[in-house]
Design a protein around this ligand. Structure first.
Ligand code: SF4
Length: 340
């Protein structure tokens, strides 16, 4: 059984201008110990999907439907107390900005020990010993000294490590990481991604990583969900998506990876910008930006269907299989040529 099974998730926001359909029929699942990457541009609905699962949207302005089964129980209809117990102990979240999770006026050791004592029956000194262990596990040098520093005394990369330690306090079964490396330089990004993989092996947590960067997904994920304009447009095992992507939006994301150049220049960037989710375009929501658009794309919303007989790989696109295969092969050949 999947650890988390999300089915037909919809998150609509009431605004003065009307209903914004920020997540519109999203389904995916995560197995124990696996990493799922949700990828898409800003405003694609990937972060709202996770905030909905974590119950962090305002109840007053949000309409939610669908299911998010956590170990068989629907998080969307769960009582506040039960949800609070799960959040922070069984499911933890790492945000892009560490200062969102760390209190700037308290020493990191105090914050870690308090978080440990909130969910475990341990003494203060046992909690401090566990905090030290965690700081060591995430690679903070000289943790016995740094434990009494304030968050601002750490560099950006080190703060991110402290936040990961904070998220791991209760050995969560699922770690949700929202753009965990976006604000970091390339070297630190690589270190944090390696650290997350190492900790996953050690702690056995599943990871849900949200990112606009397919490069991050390639590094860490087993499965990929590609989102565009609040919907899933392609999903499958990472090696399938990178070997034979079957949707022009995914081609555009791959084409935007920094390694590419003029070999595939028509795919190097995605023209235009994502649509308003107040009034998304009819048919395929990507059609105003798609270089392959046909009449049918403007009228009919393509269903998310298995690619050939491969039941693990799904794509939503009206193009015929031969064209998809040919264009994907061209793109991948271009990337390989560029890499060599
Ligand atoms: Fe492009 Fe049409 Fe496929 Fe949408 S359905 S991605 S517009 S070819």
């Amino acid at each position: 059984m999947a650890l988390l099974e999300v089915t037909d998730l919809r998150t609509y926001f009431r605004t003065d201008d009307g209903i914004v359909k920020a997540v519109d029929g999203v389904s995916f699942s995560i197995e124990k110990g696996k990493t799922l990457g949700i990828v898409g541009e800003s405003g694609s609905g990937k972060s709202v999907t996770c905030l909905t699962i974590m119950g962090l949207n305002s109840k007053r302005t949000t309409i939610t439907s669908g299911e998010a089964l956590w170990k068989g129980k629907n998080l969307l209809t769960m009582g506040a107390r039960e949800f609070r117990d799960i959040r922070g102990s069984e499911i933890a979240m790492i945000f892009q900005d560490p200062m969102t999770s760390l209190n700037p006026v308290h020493k990191v050791g105090k914050q870690l020990t308090e978080a440990i004592q909130l969910h475990r029956d341990v003494t203060k000194s046992q909690a401090r010993a566990r905090a030290l262990e965690l700081l060591k596990a995430v690679g903070i040098p000289r943790p016995e000294r740094r434990i009494d520093d304030y968050p601002h005394q750490f560099s950006g990369g080190m703060r991110q490590r402290v936040m990961i330690a904070m998220a791991l306090v209760n050995n969560p079964d699922l770690l949700i990481a929202d753009e965990p490396t976006t604000a970091l330089d390339v070297t630190t990004q690589a270190q944090i991604l390696t650290l997350m993989q190492k900790l996953q092996e050690e702690f056995g947590s599943a990871i849900l990583v949200i990112t606009h960067d397919l490069g991050v997904v390639a590094e860490v994920a087993d499965e990929v969900v590609v989102m565009y304009a609040a919907q899933v447009v392609e999903k499958g095992p990472v090696e399938r998506i990178f070997k034979r992507p079957h949707m022009p939006y995914t081609w555009g994301l791959l084409g935007s990876l920094p390694r590419l150049d003029s070999v595939v220049d028509r795919l190097v960037q995605i023209p235009g910008s994502p649509p308003s989710l107040l009034n998304p375009p009819r048919g395929c929501r990507f059609h105003p930006r798609c270089p392959y658009v046909m009449d049918v794309c403007k009228a009919d919303d393509p269903a998310l269907l298995p690619v050939f007989d491969d039941s693990d790989h799904f794509a939503a696109c009206h193009l015929d299989h031969e064209t998809k295969d040919r264009e994907a092969a061209k793109l991948i050949a271009g990337m390989m040529a560029q890499a060599s």
